[in-house]
Design a protein around this ligand. Sequence first.
Ligand SMILES: Nc1ncnc2c1ncn2[C@@H]1O[C@H](COP(=O)(O)OP(=O)(O)OP(=O)(O)O)[C@@H](O)[C@H]1O
Length: 295
Amino acid sequence: MELTITNLSKQFKDKTAVDDVCLSLTPGVWGLLGANGAGKTTLMRMIADILNPTSGKILYDGKDIRTMGEEYRNLFGFLPQDFGFFQDFTVKDYLEYIAALKDVPARETRKKIDSLLHTLTLDDVRNKKIIKLSGGMKRRVGIAQAMLNDPKILIMDEPTAGLDPGERVRFRNLVSEFSHGRIVLISTHIVSDIEYIATKNAIMKAGKIVNVGTTDELVNQVKGKVWTCVVPAEKITMYEMQLRIINQRSEGNNQVSIRYLSDEGKTSNSVLAPPRLEDLYLWLFPQEEIIERGI
Ligand SMILES: Nc1ncnc2c1ncn2[C@@H]1O[C@H](COP(=O)(O)OP(=O)(O)OP(=O)(O)O)[C@@H](O)[C@H]1O
């Protein structure tokens, strides 16, 4: 199974949101990483066949998805970024409705909904109206609807936005288990959410895919560039101006431990640290704040 994206572009008036993207998605979990405005949502909406490309093609096992119609939709699950429809439905009614739309056989619907509600810890709110749910609960209902038809291709735009740390762990386990023999594409700028579950990552910048690889391959690119050291607290402002600090932690006794990115150690007590995917991300997107560390 393969989803092949060839020379895909999307132009909005004077903005090229997706710029000549080529990417071959094979089964496994794919992390789509990029800063705000990089073009992730636009790319995902074209893969979901709800937005027409300006040019280029997406082929599913050699077939143009735009000619597949229903056949493509049936093997597809999508969690859009703005999931806010059907607010007056209860969770259960909404999922039953989506199951019917997706032609899930009636005898399987109940079992499937029960199992997803259980895994996503939504049992207690099954009879509540969607409008009354918290943001994290709504997101989980969105994840459930995307997975209802056991899709072969599952696309989720920022699925972990609003989830608490426990929910993030459950989400990661659910996705890992689900991904066998399927293509799962997850966009996020919370790097830690996909770091350990992504089979491969694609990094997007200004509409282009600038890097593709396993987490280990990508992380290797910043090997030898991630340093840690302990500095006096009163000097931290000076270090903040001089170094690309990506984390700091107070150690007490007016000491601060810092982690920074540099081609070489900048203090005599700096030691190299094992790099993480987040380090590469910040290396590529120096202007990005760490939005959330997750766990
Ligand atoms: N319908 C549209 N009309 C005009 N410009 C658009 C439209 N949709 C997206 N854009 C622009 O295209 C660029 C890419 O947007 P997109 O939403 O795909 O990025 P993103 O990586 O998903 O960002 P975020 O993480 O903030 O959702 C942005 O500059 C955005 O303003």
